[in-house]
Design a protein around this ligand. Structure first.
Ligand code: ZN
Length: 166
């Protein structure tokens, strides 16, 4: 799979629920895990491979075997706000400190149709919240401090130039 970069419009729209009866779902999820590993990422959402679908993969390391698939997730972030540096495979070269609640409770379906509920902290909480944003068309610079948004503006313009083939 090819990773889609900012400012592709698929990254900035609300994604659609996954049809659990889709017979390509398991293969699609396996490909997403492989793509995440190949990109040395720890999270990848449907829109980032060009499909506006509500699913993402997340892993504590960039190895596909460690990854979990979250289909049609719901999340509830909670706890104190903590600030951690984030990056995004769809915005290469850009990193910034982002403030989010420390913990997240999540409900999701796995590729086999199993239902899950769990609480995450640390890196996985961060990844789950970042990837969930992708399903709502929210990119992480929207959560940056104004000073960081100004700092990365040239990087965003550079990505826009590349997208237009400049
Ligand atoms: Zn991202």
């Amino acid at each position: 799979m090819r990773i889609v970069y900012y400012p592709d419009p698929v990254l900035q729209r609300r994604a659609d629920a996954v049809d659990l009866a889709w017979d390509g779902l398991a293969d699609f999820c396996a490909s997403m895990l492989e793509t995440m590993e190949a990109a040395q990422g720890v999270g990848l959402a449907g829109p980032q491979v060009g499909r506006a679908l509500r699913l993402f993969v997340a892993a504590e390391s960039a190895e596909a075997k460690d990854g979990d698939v979250f289909i049609n997730p719901k999340i509830e972030p909670f706890g104190p706000i903590v600030t951690t540096e984030e990056g995004c495979l769809s915005l290469p070269g850009i990193r910034a400190e982002i403030a989010r609640p420390e913990f997240v409770r999540a409900w999701w379906i796995d590729p086999g149709g199993g239902e899950h509920e769990a609480e995450f902290d640390g890196l996985l909480s961060r990844i789950v919240q970042h990837e969930y944003d992708h399903l709502d068309g929210v990119l992480f610079f929207e959560r940056m401090l104004e000073t960081d948004r100004l700092r990365i503006r040239p990087d965003l313009e550079g990505l826009a130039d590349q997208y237009r083939g400049g």
